[in-house]
Design a protein around this ligand. Sequence first.
Ligand code: DGJ
Length: 583
Amino acid sequence: MKTNAFVRLAAGVAVAALMIAGCSQEGGNKATVKPALVQKDGTTHFEVDGKPFLMFTGELHNSTSTSESYMESIGVWEQMKYGNFNTVIASCSWDVIEDEPGHYNFTSVDHVIRNARKNGLKVVMIWFASWKNGNSTYAPSYIKRDPVKYPLVETQDGGHLNVLSAFCQESMEADKKAYVALMQHIKEIDPDYTVIMMQVENEMGILGSVRDFSPAAQKAWEGQVPADLMQYLSAHKGKLFPELEKVWGENGYKMSGTWEEVFGKSHTKADDLLTDYPYYTEEIFQAYHYAKYVNEITAAGKVAHDIPMYVNNWLRQPGMINPGQFPSGSPLPEVIDVWRAAAPAVDFTAPDIYINEYEWVLSQFALSGNPIFIPECRVDVSKALYAYGEYDALGFAPFGFDGAQNASGAYSADFENLGKCYAILSGMDQMIIQNYGSDKLRGLRVTEENASPSVEMGNYILTARSSVRNQRAINYGQGAAQMARENAQLAAASQQQAQSGALILQTSPDEFYIVGINVSFSFASKNANGPRILTDAIEEGTFANGKWVPGRRLNGDENRVGINGVGAVRVVLYPSTVTAQGR
Ligand code: DGJ
């Protein structure tokens, strides 16, 4: 649900460490402007090259960017051009750049930046380092092979997981040193800010245990809740994530004590993804220590090269809601306050969304003014449109798009659709951004749970349905059997094209532009006894350089607002005096 501007304004001030960047002259004669997250109209805007920017992007598979020749061989740069990307999310692996202790080789970074620049693309770079997907497989060899100096997480029964312990100062220092070297290097070779943002670590947290039981962790668990966290909680009392507010309140809003004294002994029974937080005190404890570790790395990286830096998440999943079943300590909404207290250098936290509860995930991540960026998702245009339209998203990215071509070079239908969607949105990006923070921009998705979502905009209610399901064979005089066959084919097509949704922009009281996928609309007055709403004009078209480029004017047999596949329409509505349904 779109939050109103007032709520956003109130919440937006809580966003951690948002900065307005200044100009620099590092690129020789060329004036360059740092990419920056900026608070405006009660929402967060991303500015690149001094202008508001929407990321139309996708994330490469984990190993792709380690080899320039591999990237060339699969034609990934051409693919991004074809898909109308303006940004690529590529990774930098710690074990690749630090082949020997303190010796850094940035070849795997240089070619990504060079080729992105050549292809007119920006880069979001992921730092695969101490943790990736709740594991530590990207640590350099000298760290992996020395668990005495760089200890691993210990489980309750004394076993070890392949996860570096967040309680180890040496691991953090080594990660920080390498990250600073990386950021210094990027600063040197990238004066025009091809790299616009960094993701620090990847889906961190402990997989396989609710918390770390190593001696250092145990000591911290038995100790006092640190003062910086207590101060943050006290300063934000009444505005904390609801479950955090609840457990702190239930335990008497104590201002000091051990973790279990302040937040209580966790309950362990859990059924409901949306409402249950089992082992919550352990999750809070672990989140605090991951955040501290990552804050040091991020803050030092920003001193070297000050661009926005975020963290991402492996989400709680249906049937997997105990911390440890998802990475415990991950910067999830239920511990966002803990992360903000302990990691002020981190700009925001982002969901990787592979679960069906898409709308719920966005609502949770946006609760306290955290900007929405989806660095990993399945390719689904309805999800992209919903994120930009309803949540002022900075960007949306399907994961592993570089697998979207088959052996003969054809792209998947989903990738084709994404490319068409990015093309239309690119042509109207500034119009979209100008309406961030306003109810003149909305998004909706048709789902199994909600087959006819609606939004109120101005005097109207716009209701969406899947257009594919609405299609019926046209009777040109063929027999009933033929009609039945055609209807069955259309029904089968609707199964394949379940993606349905739209972004809606209201440009005057009666005029709307709708970018959609497999969607049709009906219109009503917002007043229950209001007039019947009819269409004055419907036009297909697209946007180029901020201008509407009309295609067919739709009327007669096509007199309906419907988009099959990906497309855009302009519709003008009017309140009519018609009272009866005609033929
Ligand atoms: C989530 C991770 O963040 C990605 O790096 C990748 O491993 C995907 N899962 C694979 O689905």
